[in-house]
Design a protein. Structure first.
Length: 248
């Protein structure tokens, strides 16, 4: 439960201190702040790439304060047997969902050292990432606000109706150029005017993320404004409102 009289930065640190993941505190704080800027907008929040729930908890806490807002967390939520080691020692994964195969980390694989240090230990006590995610959400009493979806953004949009709206999209899934472009394309149609689109690992080490943002999709797209790198690897942009003239 968020205490409105205590600094939110301190509360975010406490909330995620035991949650595995790589989202730094300054990014999580910025994400929480952006959520507050959506208070007067219609729609829910969509996160693509949730892992164990580090950023999902922050989004969920913000949604709880906003009131009638849900956070849909899209992830493949791999189990231990879904990971395979490549010939160069790095790792990729293949997840089967309802008899469909979903591959990830093939163009941009997970290096052996971080996999063995940060990922492999997660499976020592739990069967899969979804179990860890759900436990994190429950421990923070956010079950009513945070809703996991096992799949990708293409599956997700097939499960919702045409009236679905989102006011914030946080993209942190497969970092390959094609996957990021697809996530943007899938969610852009549901992002309301004035809504925010956010990216993890932007302009840091992942060329696919950088190219997707720059290739006339966000930065050079007249439908977006206030494009800005906010922290070391966190980029945001706002969808223009109808009363703002779009330049040719």
């Amino acid at each position: 439960m968020i205490d409105i009289k205590r600094p939110i930065l301190s509360q975010i640190k406490e909330m995620v201190k035991d949650i595995p993941g790589w989202s730094p505190i300054d990014q999580l704080y910025t994400l929480f702040t952006i959520c507050h800027l959506t208070a007067d907008l219609e729609g829910d929040i969509v996160e693509i790439g949730s892992w164990c729930g580090r950023s999902a908890l922050v989004l969920g806490a913000a949604a709880k304060l906003l009131g009638n807002t849900k956070v849909y967390c899209i992830d493949l939520f791999p189990e231990k047997t879904d990971w395979k080691q490549n010939q160069d020692g790095s790792y990729s994964m293949n997840v089967v969902i309802e008899n469909e195969n979903y591959s990830a980390y093939h163009q941009q694989t997970v290096w052996q050292e971080p996999f063995e240090k940060d990922i492999a230990p997660l499976y020592q006590e739990k069967q899969g990432i979804l179990e860890i995610f759900m436990e994190s959400v429950a421990n923070n009493q956010l079950d009513s606000w945070v809703i996991p979806y096992k799949g990708n953004s293409a599956n997700f949009i097939k499960s919702i109706d045409n009236n679905f709206k989102c006011k914030l999209v946080f993209i942190d899934g497969d970092h390959s150029y094609g996957a990021v472009c697809q996530d943007i394309s899938n969610m852009d149609r549901y992002l309301v005017e004035g809504g925010w689109i956010c990216f993890d690992d932007a302009f840091s080490y992942y060329d696919g993320v950088n190219r997707a943002i720059e290739d006339k999709i966000i930065v050079n797209n007249n439908a977006y404004e206030l494009c800005q790198q906010m922290t070391r690897k966190f980029f945001i942009a706002r969808k223009k409102k109808a009363n703002k003239k779009l330049e040719n």
